[in-house]
Design a protein around this ligand. Structure first.
Ligand SMILES: [Mg+2]
Length: 232
């Protein structure tokens, strides 16, 4: 089947969230924690943030919009700090929104897709941050539709978010659509539940799951165009 509609995840698929988060976290630590506490605060941040994103994926949290305040509230409760958690959250958010690190190979990939496919983004991220990161990056103007879970009111892997996204693409036949992302759960299981073919961008080279594997997988974006051509 020739795919015509390519739906991409954003974080750690097109843009490196890991790098953006590292920079934002470093700067936030410098402002809100004394030097000797920064590495401890940094370590404490990750499990807190991860558990909140997990809660969102599992449906225990309604909106990604609350995650930023919540994680800094929890973090600052655990140790001595300067300032208010809301200011730390706001500062972190500001710096995060300024980061536009692309995943390796994206810059070379996009010109080869642009004009030949309907390109869109479906992300679980926070609307304000995601839009700021895309603006003034090479992603701007390339994707005809950019949706996030905050706007659509439901998060990946819930199949309803894929249906809403497809509706906005004009309800193409699902066989013509390919979902590409780095998360086996949000992107791959979500797409499968919605009946959409999926390609796992497995840049971390994790083992393929034995149960319910994705339809395709790649380790690097250079493998993607040959994959699209071979699926014609
Ligand atoms: Mg991702």
């Amino acid at each position: 089947m020739a795919y015509k509609f390519l739906i991409f995840d954003l974080d750690d698929t097109l843009m490196s969230f890991q790098k953006a988060e590292e920079v934002a976290l470093d700067k936030t630590m410098e402002v809100f924690f004394e030097e000797d506490l920064r590495s401890q605060a940094r370590k404490a941040y990750h499990p807190i943030s991860k558990s909140l994103w997990q809660a969102l994926e599992d449906g225990r949290l309604d909106s990604p919009g609350n995650i930023n305040n919540l994680r800094f509230k929890k973090l600052l409760e655990t140790m001595p700090h300067r300032g208010h958690y809301k200011d730390a959250a706001q500062f972190f958010w500001q710096v995060l929104g300024e980061q536009r690190h692309l995943m390796e190979g994206v810059e070379e990939l996009l010109p080869n897709l642009h004009g030949s496919y309907h390109l869109s983004i479906l992300t679980n991220g926070i609307k304000k941050i995601q839009h700021r990161r895309i603006e003034s990056s090479i992603l701007e103007g390339v994707f005809t539709l950019i949706n996030n879970s905050e706007t659509l009111g439901v998060s990946k892997p819930d199949p309803r978010i894929f249906s809403l996204h497809l509706e906005q693409l004009g309800n193409p036949s699902k066989e013509e659509v390919l979902m590409i992302g780095d998360s086996l759960k949000s992107d791959m299981a979500g797409a499968k539940a919605a009946g959409i073919p999926c390609c796992w961008y497995n840049w971390q080279k994790s083992p393929l799951p034995s149960q319910n594997p994705p339809d395709y997988h790649i380790h690097h974006w250079r493998e993607f165009i040959p994959l699209l051509n071979s699926s014609l």
